[in-house]
Design a protein around this ligand. Structure first.
Ligand code: E4P
Length: 222
């Protein structure tokens, strides 16, 4: 399973990339707006830090301008995945950009029907938003299970399921159990994945006992 991080904050990306856990990055217009920086500069910088796919979203709503924006974003670096919304125009843009060899991430997917269209449009990734479905009382994870199952039935569906809008560590665990290809994880939640109180407690006890021996592994000359 691949882990992408869901942020446009360069410091967060740099710090988490050093853990060796980061296979890619997703951004969206809201995350870029938070940085207060020029979009294309931010994307170029992220592409140099993380070699995996970096999602950069178009902001036009008509297919023709989306394609134009997508080409401009794809020209920034070879690891850019152009993100388009799951609309009719977005899927037309997806088909055109994919046919030209550009990775496309179809975002704002909220139904299994939409996910089928994304696969048929040649998307490299489809991004179902689990948290936003949970927020309106529907099950985000049921949607992931449906999409993973549907895609597994067709050899010609090569689109990867990129679980987005993740709000807690259990979303990541459930996505992994279902066989989703990718989870895009906010930095705070990725940090939470490392932690368990029994790990901290156990380590403290081991270190206490070790200190009593007076030994040092590096100082051992034997
Ligand atoms: C990533 O590609 C999505 O834009 C992001 O996960 C959305 O998350 P949110 O629902 O927390 O804004």
């Amino acid at each position: 399973m691949k882990f992408f991080i869901d942020t446009a904050d360069i410091d967060e990306i740099r710090a988490l990339a050093e853990t060796g856990m980061v296979d890619g990055v997703t951004t969206n217009p809201s995350l870029v707006a938070k940085t207060g920086r020029r979009f294309t500069d931010v994307v170029a910088e992220i592409c140099k830090i993380v070699p995996g796919p970096i999602s950069a979203e178009v902001t036009a709503t008509d297919a023709e301008t989306m394609i134009e924006e997508g080409r401009k974003l794809a020209a920034i670096a070879s690891n850019v995945a152009v993100k388009v919304p799951l609309t009719e125009d977005g899927l037309r843009a997806c088909r055109a950009l994919s046919d030209q060899g550009t990775m496309v991430n179809v975002t704002l997917c909220f139904s299994a029907a939409q996910s089928i269209l994304a696969a048929k449009a040649g998307a490299a990734f489809v991004s179902p938003f689990v948290g936003r479905l949970d927020d309106i009382g529907q099950s985000g994870m049921e949607l992931i299970a449906d999409i993973v199952e549907i895609y597994s039935r067709y050899d010609d569906f090569t689109t990867e399921v990129l679980v987005a809008s993740i709000r807690n560590p259990m979303h990541v665990v459930e996505a992994a159990r279902m066989g989703a290809h990718v989870a895009t994880i906010p930095p705070k939640i990725l940090s939470q994945l490392f932690k368990h109180p029994l790990t901290d407690k156990g380590l403290a006890a081991f270190l206490d006992d070790w200190a009593k021996t007076g030994q040092s592994i590096l100082g051992d000359q034997g």
